[in-house]
Design a protein around this ligand. Structure first.
Ligand SMILES: Nc1nc2c(c(=O)[nH]1)N[C@H]1C(S)=C(S)[C@@H](COP(=O)(O)O)O[C@H]1N2
Ligand SMILES: [Mo]
Length: 203
């Protein structure tokens, strides 16, 4: 048996250039899964976990862990991009779309602030968590989300830098006026589009 090294070489180059096109400016690829946490990993038992939507809404909503699991689940595969310049391709998550969670709600809010166990927050326009762009995920690659990666559940908004994907998320506060979150008030960009390289305020 001879090894078809010519076609294998071609495949390798093609894969590398396809991967390169999926990398926003200034980013490099990682194969592992780095952990970036501003503080210790909180550990909330599932029986005490809930997810709520509060703030500028007609009726606040709250789901226990069990209720959350009974909502329609989606599995999505997305590339993720950290502001510290690593990107990871084809990460696979399972959870509930924010469209499902916000369905039928009446609000005049234009912004959301995600809040978490451990006091981390991050702000996003409401339009950036609706329209199939964001999920509350509780599994990674088919297994329960590890605590260091945000388990029991985290926000996933992969079209923005990964600091917007709040780990250990417990809810969203809907806001009429925008309010900077943890990193946003420490000089990170308010919006954080990786394709526009919006890393820091002023970028
Ligand atoms: N609650 C919370 N969420 C967070 C963070 C954090 O420190 N606390 N770090 C953010 C940053 S900067 C990144 S890059 C990702 C890292 O997620 P990972 O540790 O699963 O790679 O989580 C984001 N969400
Ligand atoms: Mo990050």
């Amino acid at each position: 048996m001879s090894i078809p090294f010519v076609s294998r070489g071609f495949t390798g180059r093609r894969q590398r250039s396809e991967e390169a096109q999926r990398l926003p400016p200034g980013q490099y690829l990682v194969r592992g899964f780095p952990v970036l946490s501003a503080g210790p990993t909180p550990r909330t038992p599932l029986e005490r976990w809930d997810f709520s939507i509060v703030g500028a809404v007609d009726q606040p909503r709250r789901w226990t862990w069990q209720e959350f699991q009974q909502l329609p689940q989606e599995t999505i595969t997305k590339d993720i991009h950290c502001v510290t310049k690593w990107s990871k391709l084809d990460t696979m998550w399972t959870g509930v779309s924010l469209d499902t969670l916000l369905q039928g709600m009446t609000t005049s809010a234009k912004y959301v602030l995600a809040f978490c166990d451990g006091d981390y927050t991050t702000n996003l326009p409401l339009d950036d968590v609706t329209g199939g762009k964001a999920w509350i995920v509780h599994a990674y690659a088919g297994a329960p989300l590890a605590p260091e990666h945000g388990g029991p559940a985290r926000l996933l908004a992969p079209h923005l830098y990964f600091w917007k994907s709040a780990k250990w998320v417990r809810g969203l506060r809907l806001l009429a006026e925008d309010e900077p979150g943890f990193w946003e008030s420490l000089g990170y960009h308010n919006y954080g589009d990786p394709w526009k390289e919006q890393r820091y305020a002023g970028d």
